[in-house]
Design a protein around this ligand. Structure first.
Ligand code: AMP
Ligand code: GLY
Length: 424
């Protein structure tokens, strides 16, 4: 088979690595890809939102299956365009990707179907939002309804902060049209867990759990980022939590979407918070997580192409997902200054150390090939993933491997997986 992967970050590199292990695959393409994906796939200079160019490329090159990594093309309807052309593609259609594309939609869905989540109100009128916020309990959470690169969430401690938040989201349109609707949500406390799942419209199969580290600095300080590191499995995702979520969250979400006439096929990523009153949904994503995928897929034993095809064909019930009985940790190597201002274009050395190292992976995110070699080309540059027999060993291995690669302004968090010690 020939496969096209859409995207060019660390997540897509991890998807490509998993696809490259499939016995069915003879050739992988990636659009646009990056300097690391190039080792596994032919990268083509088409960006993820150029649906017509992508579908033409697929037809010309007789590609059998397209796997979409990113949220924007899914929410924008890439699956509908491909299906109209008779092309095989993995991911939700536009009317189902709204599960991620509109937080107001997902909150209304959870309320209607009694899926545990934080209390909330949706607003399209800034004045009404302000009136509501005057008498609210603080802290409180403001969320831009639409996609905002993971940055559209503000936690406000006072009414004044909330007022500023409403102004920046709804009036100044800091996140563009994503802020036309505002979700005001009850503040929850607890540990966060990411759970990815495969869905075929009816059946849902849960992957192993993971935990992300969203803040830029050690001790969960600093600004929110796309994610500075992950570990898998989460020791806080106990059998009790799993049983609760299976009963009250996972299948109910899939059934709710089907009942709304929005059959969901693809990946549902459940962002959960384990609160004192039980697990609740923080958010849904309609795609693989980044950098969760970098610790989940290396541990998956199944041939990913079999699982993806079962989702498309509606026979996921025939598949048993299997994960290795070990652990993985991913530490993101970023450019100093990320997620604000940072420099690019620095040469990266030492990457060859990862070749032929069983259980170690160097997933590229913001890298570029130039005449002087591979250079930094983004905020999150590389993801170093290592496996171990348990979380502690995986963490030790991952941090050791972060020393193998060098580039100017290299920055990482030094406490990825600190929570592992708290679990004991
Ligand atoms: P989201 O994009 O909705 O996952 O929000 C980004 C981050 O904001 C989450 O990972 C949480 O750390 C935080 N967050 C979102 N909603 C809430 C909430 N209701 N209570 C507390 N923290 C939240
Ligand atoms: N790591 C969080 C996300 O992919 O949205």
């Amino acid at each position: 088979m020939k496969i096209l992967i859409v995207g060019g970050g660390g997540r897509e590199h991890a998807i490509a690595e998993s696809v490259s292990r499939s016995s069915k695959v003879e050739k992988i393409y990636c659009a646009p890809g990056n300097a690391g994906i190039e080792e596994l796939a032919e990268c083509i200079p088409i960006t993820a939102m150029e649906f017509d160019k992508l579908s033409n490329f697929v037809k010309e090159n007789q590609i059998d299956l397209t796997i979409v990594g990113m949220d924007d093309p899914l929410v924008g309807g890439i699956v509908d365009v491909f299906e109209q052309e008779g092309l095989r593609i993995f991911g939700p259609r536009k009317n189902a990707a709204i599960l991620e594309g509109s937080k107001a939609f997902s909150k209304d869905l959870m309320k209607k179907y009694n899926i545990p989540t934080a209390g909330y109100e949706n607003f399209t009128d800034p004045e009404a939002a302000i009136t509501y916020l005057k008498d609210a309990t603080y802290p409180i959470v403001l969320k831009a309804d639409g996609l905002a690169l993971g940055k559209g969430v503000l936690i406000c401690n006072t009414f004044e902060e909330a007022q500023e938040g409403v102004a920046s989201i709804m009036l100044e349109k800091q996140f563009g049209d994503a802020g036309n609707t505002l979700v005001v949500e009850e503040f929850m406390q607890g540990r966060e867990v990411s759970v990815l799942s495969f869905v075929d419209g009816k059946t849902i199969k849960i992957m192993t759990s993971a935990q992300d580290h969203k803040r830029a600095k050690d001790g969960d300080q600093g600004l929110n980022t796309g994610g500075m590191g992950t570990f898998s499995p989460s020791p806080f995702y106990t059998p009790e939590v799993d049983a609760f979520c299976k009963e009250y969250i996972y299948q109910k979400t899939v059934d709710a979407m089907a009942m709304e006439g929005r059959e969901f096929k693809g990946i549902i990523f459940f962002g959960l918070m384990l609160t004192e009153t039980g697990p609740k949904v923080l958010e849904y994503n309609a795609r693989f997580g980044d950098p969760e995928t970098q610790v989940v897929l290396p541990r998956m034993k199944n041939d990913i192409v079999d699982v993806v095809e079962a989702c498309i064909d509606g026979n996921l019930d025939k598949i048993d997902l299997e994960f290795e009985d070990n652990a993985a940790v991913c530490v993101v190597l970023a450019s100093m200054g990320y997620p604000e201002v940072y420099e690019k274009g620095f040469e990266i050395t030492g990457m060859e150390a990862f070749h032929e190292q069983e259980g170690y992976y160097l997933f590229h995110a913001g890298t570029k090939r130039t005449e002087k070699g591979i250079v930094t080309n983004g905020g999150r540059v590389l993801g170093v993933t290592a496996k171990g027999k348990d979380l502690k060993e995986a963490r030790k291995n991952a941090y050791q491997a972060t020393e193998w690669v060098q580039f100017a302004n290299k920055y990482m968090r030094n406490d990825i997986g600190k929570a592992i010690d708290e679990a004991e």
